[in-house]
Design a protein around this ligand. Structure first.
Ligand code: FEO
Length: 167
């Protein structure tokens, strides 16, 4: 693995942990808003992002490289409604998709075939991440910002369970 590739993977590990940190903060904010379903969804998203980071971390270990963990920023969580929050999630995931594509390009340029194969998983995962956020935004728009509709969406978000690890 070239030093450029290694640096790029370490940066993505940081980005995935940073995502986890943001979603955990959002989970706390939703608890504060008494939206326990959305808080649950965010808590599971925190676990998923941690798993994304660890998949890259373990890839480095398997290839005899020592991962270098970088500093995380304190998440700034600022939203007044669930719709606002999930619009932020979508924007964040679109940003992560861009990072994943850039890492894939590095893997191609550096002829790192093993990393290219691994990145296919992340590319697919990002399609799912954006799709999930868009579906929730659609539901929230239909529900409106208060009352029974919002209650029902929150209840549905509360049913999200951790995914089985895919190999
Ligand atoms: Fe790890 Fe939400 O992308």
């Amino acid at each position: 693995m070239t030093s450029r590739t290694l640096d790029a993977v370490n940066k993505q590990i940081q980005a995935e942990f940073q995502s986890a940190y943001i979603y955990l903060a959002m989970s706390g904010r939703f608890e504060d808003m008494k939206m326990s379903g959305a808080a649950n969804w965010m808590r599971i998203q925190w676990q998923e992002e941690t798993a994304h980071a660890m998949k890259l971390f373990d890839h480095l270990i398997r290839r005899g490289q020592a991962p270098v963990l970088e500093t995380l920023d304190a998440p700034t969580v600022s939203f007044e409604s669930a719709l606002d929050a999930f619009e932020q999630v979508l924007a964040h995931e679109q940003h992560v998709t861009k990072l994943i594509h850039e890492l894939y390009e590095v893997a191609i340029e550096e002829k790192d075939y093993a990393l290219q194969t691994l990145m296919h998983w992340y590319i697919d995962e990002q399609v799912e991440e954006e799709e999930n956020a868009e579906a929730i935004i659609d539901s929230l728009r239909l529900a409106g910002e208060s009352g029974q509709g919002l209650f029902l969406v929150d209840r549905e978000l509360g049913q999200r369970a951790p995914e089985e690890e895919e190999e």
